[in-house]
Design a protein around this ligand. Structure first.
Ligand code: GRF
Length: 190
C-alpha cells in the first residue's frame, strides 16, 4: 500500500503508522507527508523518519478546491494510492474525495457518530458521557462522516481534563489507525 499522509499538527498518528510499517505490522510505505502549517511538528517527525514532507499552506490557495487539486497532484506525483488524514484540520472537497474514491481515511477522537467536528474530546466531556474513544472511517464529504472501519473505547475518568483524556484517546488512535488501514485495503480489494 502506498500511503500519502495529510497532517496539520503534531503528527503522532503519522509517526505511529510509520512505526507500525517499520515493525512489519503494516505492509505499506509512506510515500510523502503533506502538512499545511509551516510550524507543524509533523514535519520534524518526517525529517527524522526520512519521509519526504511537503508544505502546502492553505493560506496560499484561493479555495478549498484549489488546495485539494494541489494535494491530488502532489500525491499522484508520488504514486500515492491511499490518503491518510492524520489530524488534517481542513475540510476536504470532492476534488480529493473523487480522485481517491473510498481511499481517503480519517481519524477522529470520539466514537462517531457522536461528537463530530473540531472539538470531539471537549464535546464528550461536556456531555458527561462515561465512555468515549476514537474512530477510523472512510471520509465522505460531510465532516467526520462515512463508513466506520474501526473504533476503540476509552473511559472518561472523574478528574479528566481535555488534555488527559485526549492523551489516553491518542494511545488508542495509534493502535487502531495502522490496523484500520490494513482492513480498508482488504475490504477494498474484495
Ligand atoms: C487526533 O486526536 C485525531 O483524532 C484528530 O487530530 C488529532 C491529531 O493528532 N483528528 P496527531 O497530530 O496525530 O498527534
Amino acid at each position: 500500500l502506498k500511503l500519502g499522509v495529510l497532517a496539520s499538527g503534531s503528527g503522532s498518528n503519522f509517526e505511529a503508522i510509520a512505526h507500525s510499517i517499520a515493525q512489519g505490522q503494516l505492509n505499506a510505505q509512506i510515500q510523502v507527508l503533506i502538512y499545511n502549517k509551516p510550524k507543524a511538528k509533523a514535519r520534524e517527525r518526517a525529517e527524522r523518519l526520512g519521509i519526504p514532507a511537503i508544505l502546502l499552506n492553505h493560506r496560499h490557495f484561493r479555495s478549498r478546491e484549489a488546495l485539494d487539486h494541489e494535494i491530488v497532484n502532489t500525491f499522484k506525483q508520488h504514486d500515492v494510492e491511499w490518503v491518510i488524514m492524520a489530524g488534517w484540520m481542513r475540510i476536504v472537497t470532492p476534488v480529493l474525495l473523487d480522485a481517491y474514491c473510498d481511499r481517503v481515511l480519517n481519524i477522529h477522537p470520539s466514537l462517531l457518530p457522536s461528537f463530530p467536528g473540531v472539538d470531539g474530546v471537549e464535546q464528550a466531556l461536556a456531555a458527561g458521557v462515561k465512555v468515549t474513544g476514537c474512530t477510523v472511517h472512510i471520509a465522505k464529504e460531510e465532516v467526520d462522516s462515512g463508513p466506520i472501519l474501526m473504533q476503540a473505547a476509552v473511559p472518561i475518568l472523574p478528574d479528566d481534563t481535555s488534555e488527559t483524556l485526549h492523551a489516553r484517546i491518542q494511545v488508542q488512535e495509534h493502535l487502531i489507525f495502522p490496523r484500520a488501514i490494513a482492513l480498508a485495503a482488504l475490504q477494498y480489494s474484495e
